[in-house]
Design a protein around this ligand. Sequence first.
Ligand SMILES: Cc1cc2nc3c(=O)[nH]c(=O)nc-3n(C[C@H](O)[C@H](O)[C@H](O)COP(=O)(O)OP(=O)(O)OC[C@H]3O[C@@H](n4cnc5c(N)ncnc54)[C@H](O)[C@@H]3O)c2cc1C
Length: 543
Amino acid sequence: MTSPDRMPLLVVADDDPDERALIEAELQRRYGADYTVRICTTAELGAVLDEAERDGDDIALALASGKEGADLLARMRGRFPTARRGLLIPWLGWSRRGVGELVLRSMARGWIDLYVIAPTRRRDEVFHRTVGELLQESERLRGEGPAGAIVVADDRTARAHELRATLAGLGIPHRTLIPDDDGPPAVTLADGQLLTDPSAAELTRALGFPTELDPHEADLVVVGAGPAGLSAAVYGASEGLRTTVLDAGAVGGQAGSSSLIRNYLGFPRGLGGGELAQRAYQQAWLFGAQFRLTHRVIALEPREGRHLVRTDSGAEVSARAVVLALGVEYRRLDAPGLTELEGAGVFYGASMSEAQALAGESVYIVGGGNSSGQAALHLARYACKVRILVRGEGLAATMSQYLIETIDKDPNIEVRTRTEVVAGHGDGRLEQLELRGPDGVETVPAAALIVLIGAHPHTEWLPDGIARDEWGYVVTGPDASGWPCERSPLPLETSLPGVFAAGDVRARAVKRVASAAGSGALAVSDVHAYLALEPAERWPARR
Ligand SMILES: Cc1cc2nc3c(=O)[nH]c(=O)nc-3n(C[C@H](O)[C@H](O)[C@H](O)COP(=O)(O)OP(=O)(O)OC[C@H]3O[C@@H](n4cnc5c(N)ncnc54)[C@H](O)[C@@H]3O)c2cc1C
């Protein structure tokens, strides 16, 4: 972290003297009090970067133009992991062939974080909005943002992981402090509250999120607050349905653990999964959706034309219609020693909240899919080495080409093929892994093992009346066996009338954030169609 008297740098390399002067004036006026602005030519950029590294300065943002500039920005990644890097292009530059190609290639290979259109005039707010967003991301990566909570715990323990995961799921920026003594883990909130060894529900409540669940009647109960459930909540509540959302954890689901969702419509630079979840949560809340977090739904019973939804706390909510947005859960890696070390070095899912605690450590990722690639690139900013372990011959069959290319170029990431984990060892936290590779079994030091080997739905608690496929995914619409009514089922209706499914939990769903959000919205339109039916039509005459 930069000390207050050494401000982070804003570095700009531009060879056009007029453009350079305008950018310097714009940046100095807006940011000069909080950042040191360095303006240079492309030829001078290498020396400016060397000097910053020598002096231990943080670079918050670097902007450079042209192919040479892009090359220099690419090489900054390892040296200044928290710097954001933008390729400067002139207004309308994207339409010029060479410039457009350079932007596409640089983005696809991870050389830059974004292209930035150079300002054309004083107070060019489009330019400043982009700069502001990049600076905000850099601040977050440097861990200098406002801390809503401080976790006081040995940072590699399972408890520290649980507390951080709860805070991350609630969108609360936080830091970890390692205590001097062996006292119980604690969390200090920004308002001064001190919570000693809090449960997830206590922490959630103390942060002002609703957890108390009184029995009540709702038009719509949404189970799961991932993208599908959040979308159902936004559309349900905004269209006049009294909507209650229940989630076993916080908000965001799997998407909340993704460091960067690159393919969500309308966010060309990508969007952190946690940020997307928080925005959707606020949106649903503002429309009047009632959220009750840390409540796992364990039973669903049809009763007198309604559905009774029961949670593990014993509370019951009666709903006219239910949307199941349960998502999927990660598959476990079956090797001795790993279960005991879960949360204490062994993590399922991308676990982005752990990244900063892994600074300078050796990290292993199991799995060759896109989520492994994204996790590797994110963790490589902090860890001294990230190794991706795959059982097959390579990544080509399982990972997108753009990720493979970016990983290839990252000196901090190594891919080990035909290799599997056979055991984990450590005293209270992961210290070593036993790996079996083409040359036999070896024991390696490891601070973290991130397991991303696919997922499966947790639908075993659903009543028998809800048809599932052989893998446990919920079947909807005409494909669902055992449909009991004369009317046809609605497209996202399960084989239990009035219960709908959306997102990854649905059989043959496209597992993407946009598809989950889309199906959440569609499920609500099915709910309206269902509620518009005469009561006698909604349900079979005899059940
Ligand atoms: C690391 C990673 C990176 C990804 N990157 C991308 C990407 O870049 N682009 C993209 O399009 N997709 C990406 N995905 C996929 C995307 O996140 C999922 O498709 C999406 O989150 C599915 O949304 P969902 O709402 O169906 O389920 P989930 O996001 O899984 O949410 C389900 C929610 O239901 C809750 N729940 C489950 N059972 C119960 C119960 N019984 N009671 C109460 N609550 C319950 C869970 O706690 C959870 O919050 C990524 C996934 C991962 C893991």
